[in-house]
Design a protein around this ligand. Structure first.
Ligand code: ACO
Length: 323
């Protein structure tokens, strides 16, 4: 027998305000056609004034708890993947913990930008396999609209706000790749590429800063590295693209999603795509897509799923799980 971290519930939250591409046409030298053709994005959600990442995360967390039929105190830990925490400290995860009324266990943030949710899932899996925790809530939540330079058409049209959460629980499996739960992961980073995608401010420089990206270069790395990391994670458990029921990719750009699926030899009707409605929500994009994919009836119990993501760092990785 082998311990597995099995998904017990999922939920998401999107802020009320929906911003179509046409809103940018009035302010920038851009067009709905360009944004759709180059990125696949049609609209995104933006937070209201005063709304924070922990607010979004709390709503997604409540939805996941309801879906699992659990109470907050049933959880041993909360891991929140975000690059846009409410405050420099404490961790936004502790704010979610308090909002949920959870008075035991522990909570902390993980920062690996768009790859954050994949890194957080792998961490949660490690804690469950080592016996440190039995039930872990893994959240991805972001307010990237707070990091936008609204005069930069090459970045401000691409990002959105939102949150998704899932609950993992220790369960005994047979130890082979037919088990439900997380089967493998592959994590990578290469700090030599930090200048390709970064925020030009931070605590040490007394500023918040704005997101800066060399889009074409990030695109090139993404297409090469995402299929590689997905294959590496599948290889570890003797699986291939042909075994995959759903790729649930980081939703940055439809062209990256399509190119990665092609390299993995997985047809697009086995890829969950939400980028048209959410834009790039960084660490929130995979749990949002998992939750929406489940609600649409795409993802069903027993399906083999590959999640993959790349972002600032560069940091990238993949997780293979059976729903
Ligand atoms: N509207 C109109 N024209 C634009 C816009 C816009 N919004 N933005 C850029 N352009 C122009 C450029 O100025 C350029 O003009 P030029 O040829 O006169 O110089 C032209 O369009 C082409 O620009 P490219 O950057 O080459 O366009 P590309 O096809 O690469 O698409 C994009 C840009 C969408 C940013 C793409 O490169 C991309 O998606 N990159 C990867 C993003 C990503 O995956 N990020 C990782 C995760 S994010 C994270 O970790 C936080």
């Amino acid at each position: 027998m082998t311990t597995r971290a099995v998904v017990k519930g999922i939920g998401h939250y999107l802020p009320e305000r929906i911003v179509p591409n046409s809103e940018f046409e009035a302010k920038l030298d851009t067009s709905d056609e360009w944004i759709k053709a180059r990125s696949g994005i049609e609209r995104r959600h933006f937070v209201a004034e005063g709304q924070t990442t922990s607010d979004l995360a709390t709503r997604a967390a409540r939805a996941a708890l309801a879906d699992a039929g659990m109470q907050a105190d049933d959880l041993d830990a909360i891991i929140l993947a975000t690059s846009t925490a409410d405050l420099t400290f404490p961790a936004a995860a502790t704010m979610v913990q308090a909002n949920l009324g959870m008075t035991r266990g522990f909570a902390f943030d993980v920062q690996a930008v768009c790859a954050g949710f994949v890194f957080a899932l792998a961490n949660a899996n490690g804690m469950i396999l080592s016996g440190q925790a039995k039930r872990v809530m893994v959240i991805g939540a972001e307010t990237f609209s707070r990091l936008m330079d609204w005069s930069d058409r090459s970045t401000s049209v691409l990002f959105g706000d939102g949150a998704g959460a899932l609950i993992l629980e220790a369960q005994e499996g047979s130890g082979d790749n037919t088990d439900r739960g997380i089967l493998s992961s592959d994590l990578n980073s290469d700090g030599r590429h930090r200048d390709l995608l970064y925020v030009d401010g931070g605590v040490s420089t007394h500023s918040t800063g704005y997101l800066r990206m060399q889009g074409r270069e990030v695109f090139r790395h993404a297409v090469e590295k995402l299929a590689q990391t997905a294959h590496a994670a599948l290889d570890k458990v003797g699986l291939t693209g042909g075994d995959v029921a759903w790729i649930v990719p980081h939703q940055a750009n439809l062209r990256i999603i399509t190119a990665t699926a092609q390299r993995m030899q997985v047809p697009m009707d086995r890829v969950v795509v939400t980028v048209q409605d959410h834009g790039n929500t960084s660490a929130a994009s995979i749990p949002l897509a998992l939750s929406v994919g489940r609600d649409r009836g795409q993802i069903k119990q027993g399906d083999l799923i590959v999640t993959e993501a790349i972002g600032g760092g560069l940091a990238w990785g993949a997780v293979v799980l059976r729903w």
